[in-house]
Design a protein around this ligand. Structure first.
Ligand SMILES: [Zn+2]
Length: 304
């Protein structure tokens, strides 16, 4: 009897994937939180960056290569935003997660992309935003597309647990959709005020909430240099062309300080968080969107 129980226990262990058996590695915290929401107890998720870092410029480290080496699924933002993942994936040489394999997911594939704000062939533009604007995860409806892509891929990798992935996706989708109604209603009263950003990270976000996008102040995306002269900007601010200027934790502090001098009752400098960040109010994907909606709303109200 003892032996047959042991035999059954062994058989069960062989047929049931271990808790968190599928190792997922993502380039950003947003992708990590969405992947965890869909995979739940069937996956272990590791993200290689968080919202404090500039996702356009990340230095590949050996520890990152090791994580990819053990992964069963790698998820990237794509559109060259996290092009630094390419060399990590190549160096790891894990045959399961090479581009084109089941274990490699470029989450931008199903996204309806917004154009880049610059001519990609202009001198000095480099590789940043060459394929359009890659900051698509900041539209919650795109968050659902990412979740759907992750669900499809997990079902292909682990078909036995399809019902779980479907159920988890539905729960995530319901939760984001019901919040979306609340978020949109909460910010609707300030939607006529013009919003200026340092970088074009907020194009999808502003569109999602019907807010007025007054453009960016960068010459080239990600380069940090300013594309407007301050005298012109000042006269536009005094004219009321902009109500807030969004900046991000990774923005060049020298530029932020420059704009601090222009801050007045007419222009509010507004720090927003572009990517899920542990230990902050934006510690999950849902909290990221909720935090940015509340922070921008408060800033726009005070600029009125
Ligand atoms: Zn960018």
């Amino acid at each position: 009897m003892r032996y047959s129980n042991l035999f059954l226990a062994c058989l069960f262990a062989l047929s049931t994937p271990a808790f968190g058996a599928i190792r997922i590695v993502t380039s950003t915290g947003d992708l990590a939180d969405i992947a965890k929401s869909v995979g739940q107890n069937h996956v272990t998720v590791t993200r290689l960056t968080d919202g404090r870092q500039d996702p356009h410029e990340v230095e590949a480290r050996p520890s990152m290569v090791n994580k990819v080496r053990q992964a069963g699924l790698v998820v990237v933002v794509g559109m060259e935003l996290d092009g630094w993942m390419d060399s990590i994936v190549r160096t790891a040489a894990n045959p399961r997660v090479l581009p084109g394999k089941l274990g490699y997911l470029d989450a931008s594939v199903e996204i309806k992309k917004l154009p880049s704000r610059v001519n990609p062939n202009a001198p000095g533009v480099g590789d940043i935003h060459k394929s359009g604007n890659p900051h698509y995860w900041l539209d919650p409806m795109n968050g659902l597309i990412i979740a759907d892509e992750v669900r499809d891929r997990l079902v292909k990798i682990d078909p036995e647990n399809k019902a779980d992935y479907d159920r988890n996706y539905e729960a995530f989708s319901q939760s984001i959709r019901s919040e979306m109604v609340r978020w949109r209603a909460s910010i609707a009263e300030v939607k006529d005020l013009p919003v200026l950003s340092f970088h074009s990270s907020w194009d999808y976000f502003l569109r999602a909430f019907d807010l007025r996008n007054a453009g960016t102040v960068e010459v080239y995306p990600g380069m940090g240099s300013l594309g407007v002269d301050l005298a012109t900007l000042k006269s536009k601010i005094n004219r009321g062309d902009y109500s807030v200027l969004i900046y991000e934790p990774s923005q060049a502090q020298a530029n932020v300080q420059l704009f601090k001098h222009l801050e007045s009752t007419r222009l509010k400098l507004t720090p927003l968080i572009p990517s899920v960040m542990d230990g902050s109010p934006a510690n999950t994907y849902k909290n990221l969107i909720g935090h940015n909606v509340s922070a921008l709303k408060a800033s726009l109200e005070s600029a009125r």
